[in-house]
Write a protein that binds this ligand. Structure first.
Ligand code: NCD
Length: 311
């Protein structure tokens, strides 16, 4: 039996071996289980606290549904910033201690500053699953993303991945970068306006792990070259004065999609924004557009992770 995972805090914690030998196969199994209309008793008698300090649709709902499909129970605080004692100034460490006092088996938390999940883990007696910590990381999203890529191509080595949009504040591209670093001969195209380019910590990681990368300001320059075109939304809620994203150079159009290789795929962690409109509605049903498959894989991924952490 595989060793239990204590916490899920950041993508660097996972090895290639774990991804290929444990995570992909178990996620495949969860997918088969759900698609055949089944459920399991892996979390029978277990309770999970889902504590969200930032808005969410997919991550929160898929975690809840994952717990239920595995036979566990879940209590959700979906607006912890307003409805928990955070509003009275309680720290994440104290809130974690309280969840521990109520004997939850795991805490899934989305927090509004980088490092918050680590703080929680430093005091928690049960596993903490980071469901996004401010502009830090979103490890479970990157796991569903890498699973989606692997499922499509049957490999990760040798792929060329274009990250497009707000690469400065988007936590999903940061976490996925860390996972790509576990594989060989990866090329990354970074398409963003200068003010929203990938931060230096990730660029240093690319260098250290042999990822060849190049910066661009217009998606048109890479559209026919990348295997994976991973678009993102402008994280307006995190931007500082003077930082704006008007969408120039980072929006997909029908004309651009026509140039995408037939075997390539288009991804997006969602939500896509309706103002910048980085993936227009009319492109949704293109066979290369895997955005809703990606979201569905989030359910299977989170079932696999919960089983590995507390099953
Ligand atoms: C992402 C997030 O929360 O970081 N959403 C998600 O979990 N799928 C992306 C985003 O908010 O832009």
């Amino acid at each position: 039996m595989a060793a239990k995972i204590k916490h899920i805090l950041k993508s660097q914690q996972f090895s290639r071996d774990w991804l290929e030998k444990e995570f992909f196969p178990l996620t495949d199994k969860m997918k088969k289980l759900v698609l055949s209309g089944g459920r399991s008793g892996d979390l029978e008698g277990k309770t999970v606290s889902v504590l969200f300090y930032e808005p969410s649709t997919r991550t929160r709902t898929s975690f809840q549904q994952a717990v239920l499909k595995l036979g566990g129970q879940v209590i959700v605080t979906e607006n912890a910033k307003e409805f928990s004692s955070a509003v009275k100034g309680e720290t994440i460490k104290d809130t974690t201690r309280i969840m521990n006092a109520y004997h939850f088996d795991a805490i899934v938390m989305r927090t509004d500053y980088a490092g918050a999940a680590d703080e929680a883990a430093s005091v928690s007696t049960c596993p903490i699953i980071n469901a996004g910590d401010g502009a830090g990381q979103h490890p479970t999203q990157s796991l569903l993303d890498i699973y989606t890529i692997f499922e499509h191509f049957g490999k990760i080595d040798g792929l060329r991945v274009a990250f497009v949009g707000d690469l400065k504040y988007g936590r999903t591209v940061r976490s996925l970068s860390y996972l790509l670093g576990k594989f060989k001969n990866i090329k990354v195209d970074l398409v963003a306006p200068d003010s929203l380019q990938m931060r230096n910590d990730i660029l240093a990681y690319y260098k250290k792990h042999g990822i060849e990368y190049k910066k661009y300001s217009d998606i048109a320059d890479i559209i026919d070259k990348a295997d994976v075109i991973y678009l993102t939304r402008a994280q307006k809620e995190r931007m500082k004065e003077g930082e704006t994203a008007d969408g120039s150079g980072v929006v997909l159009t029908g004309e651009l999609l026509d140039k995408v290789n037939k075997k390539s795929i288009v991804m997006h962690p969602l939500p896509r924004s309706s103002d910048i409109n980085e993936i227009p509605e009319e492109l949704t049903d293109d066979p290369r557009m895997l955005i809703f498959k990606e979201a569905e894989n989030g359910l299977f991924t989170r079932m696999a992770l919960l089983k590995m952490v507390i099953g």
